[in-house]
Design a protein around this ligand. Sequence first.
Ligand code: GRF
Length: 210
Amino acid sequence: MPDQLNIAVFASGKGSNFHGILQGIQTGTIRNAQIVVVISNNANAGALVIARENNIPAIYMNRTDFPDDAEFNAAIVTTLENHHANFIVLAGYVKLIDVSIVRAFRNGIVNIHPALLPKFGGPGMYGRRVHEAVIAQHEKISGATVHIVDEKYDHGPIVLQKTVPVISDDTPESLAARVLQIEHELYPEAIRLFTEGKIVVQDQQVTIQQ
Ligand code: GRF
């Protein structure tokens, strides 16, 4: 890992996870890191508002504004280069990151998923659907997972997980709120471990050094 993490955040929604990481940096819990750009496929994303309020470049980029995948991905790469990003944090980004970017940032892209992977992940498993599925399968425990991004949705090596109970009268919304609360602890903690060089990825396996 580089000495200084120049983080590009990709977010599609509210941006509360992005905000949690930003606060970790601003309060000094996370050192040697800065958020250099926030990219969203949603022009109305709260994440873009938070970025602008904090003088972080906030960029809307949507595939539909480009003639093809190649030009869209090239524009993303150019944006990452222009802001000297060397690490990518997916924080509620609902699109798949192209393999060319995954390869260029191998082991340098992380995602947070609102369930205990490898269960309840994969294509289409995001937002409310994750919690609906957890409740439908009568799980007693759910949680959040921070993982390294590889070529498949919700698939790469797991960095950190934290659990929450599933309560008998939970709705997808009440469970989502409980999970989101721990996401706000888990994601900054994972980024802190990266900035301190404590995450080692080898053979698709993460080791956390003491
Ligand atoms: C979180 O639940 C995260 O796990 C999922 O999308 C949600 C994003 O929330 N990938 P926010 O935009 O960070 O508030």
